[in-house]
Design a protein around this ligand. Structure first.
Ligand SMILES: Cc1ncc(COP(=O)(O)O)c(C=O)c1O
Length: 385
């Protein structure tokens, strides 16, 4: 398979171990193993820790432990453990789904801008990919009429992502139903990347139920990376029809074979304590949203954003005449701040910002960004209107 370079990942790996104030990250500030154990009642901690320490690290159940798949299945309608495959992150889930569902020459509609995998892997398979664009002049709204114009009788797959990376847009339950009905009428499938599931904003609109709940023409992808702050577990999953899940499993025999056993056990612990983790997430996000609102008000001459409707991401639009990659490199190299270049998503004069970082780091990252903007103006960088 020949595949386009993953622009964002290449840029992130250049800087992520070198900067102090990473406010580009797409997840919530990661948890420690101790924090995870501390979610348990005090009298249960030692026993759980001992069970983890005594775990024999053989291969685990290949599709994911029955306990983890059962707990995940309970989060969907009409879903059993046979409808779930535990994967190495959402990234493996997406990769397996594309390779099982698609053949060269198939027509695919994929949301854009997007996590690049969502359109680059279908292209690498040899599919004809039409991009369903979220436009800045539309406040990054999903235009369902446009989606209806993009599909053809050859469309095999509609790829969506809600809440959305990188704009923070969100599809409503009615919109998801309309997309599902459209796919069903074509005999196509909807792949819904729900990496940002459970990440409604404090006081914001509740998230729509997952796409899997609508029936067997839909596949939902989930992960412990974003909502649980556990990207180091490298644990995600697919939820879909049993025959599709079996085919993904058989393909995965050639890739990663099975999930890590310790990771599977820690994922169970996290899922059993989801309510407490969501509370932690809401605390972090509420603090960062308040900081961001103040910052955008103070810096309105040079920067603006459409705040996220859900999830953890948004695009910051800046009014300076400097390409986003050059600006992002300067912020990282000279100010130790990471904001991802919009060019990695095909949008110039934007930077992607994440609202899941530790609040003190988030505030300092934004303060330094303002200093960088001021220094650029003082040095004669011209304005864009
Ligand atoms: C939309 C989307 N899908 C999938 C992934 C991959 O996540 P994971 O860490 O679960 O592999 C990401 C990571 O940023 C993402 O933003």
């Amino acid at each position: 398979m020949k595949i386009e370079t993953f622009a964002l990942e290449r840029w992130m790996t250049t800087w992520e171990t070198r900067v102090e104030f990473d406010i580009a990250e797409s997840g919530i500030y990661p948890m420690t193993v101790r924090e995870l154990l501390d979610l348990l009642p005090e009298d249960a901690r030692e026993g759980t820790l001992n069970r983890l320490l005594d775990m024999r690290l053989g291969y685990s159940e290949a599709p994911g432990s029955l306990e983890l798949r059962s707990l995940l299945a309970e989060t969907y309608r009409d879903t059993t453990p046979e409808n779930i495959l535990v994967t190495t992150g959402a990234i493996e889930a997406n990769f397996l789904a594309f390779n099982v569902l698609l053949d060269p020459g198939d027509h695919v509609v994929a949301v854009y801008p997007a996590y690049q995998q969502l359109y680059s892997v279908p292209r690498a398979i040899g599919c004809d990919v039409s991009l369903w664009r979220l436009r800045p002049e539309d406040n990054f709204r999903y235009d369902l009429d446009e989606l209806e114009r993009l599909v053809t009788p050859r469309t095999r797959l509609i790829v969506i992502n809600t809440p959305h990376n990188p704009t923070g847009a969100m599809l409503s339950a009615e919109e998801l139903q309309r997309i599902y009905a459209l796919a069903e009428s074509l005999g196509a499938t909807v792949l819904c990347d729900e990496a940002y599931r459970w990440l409604d904003l404090p006081g914001g609109t509740p998230l729509a139920p997952p796409m899997r709940d609508l029936g067997d023409s839909a596949v939902s992808v989930g992960t412990f990376s974003k909502p649980f702050g556990l990207p180091g577990l490298r644990t995600g999953w697919l939820a879909g029809p049993t025959d599709f899940i079996a085919k993904c499993w058989w393909m995965r025999d050639y890739l990663t074979l099975s999930p890590g056993k310790l990771n599977d056990a820690l994922a169970v612990l996290a899922l059993r304590n989801r309510a407490a983790i969501v509370e932690r997430t809401h605390r972090i996000v509420a603090a960062n949203l308040a900081t961001a609102e103040r910052w955008f008000a103070d810096n309105s001459a040079v920067a603006a954003w459409t705040p996220p409707r859900a999830g953890l991401l948004a695009l910051l639009h800046y009014q300076l005449d400097i390409p986003s990659q050059q600006l992002a490199d300067r912020l990282a190299g000279e100010y130790s701040v990471m904001l991802a270049p919009g060019s990695a998503f095909g949008y110039e004069h934007y930077l992607r910002i994440g609202i899941g970082q530790d609040p003190a780091v988030f505030a300092e990252g934004l303060a330094r960004t303002a200093a960088c903007f001021a220094d650029l103006q003082a040095a004669g960088t011209t304005w864009r209107s």
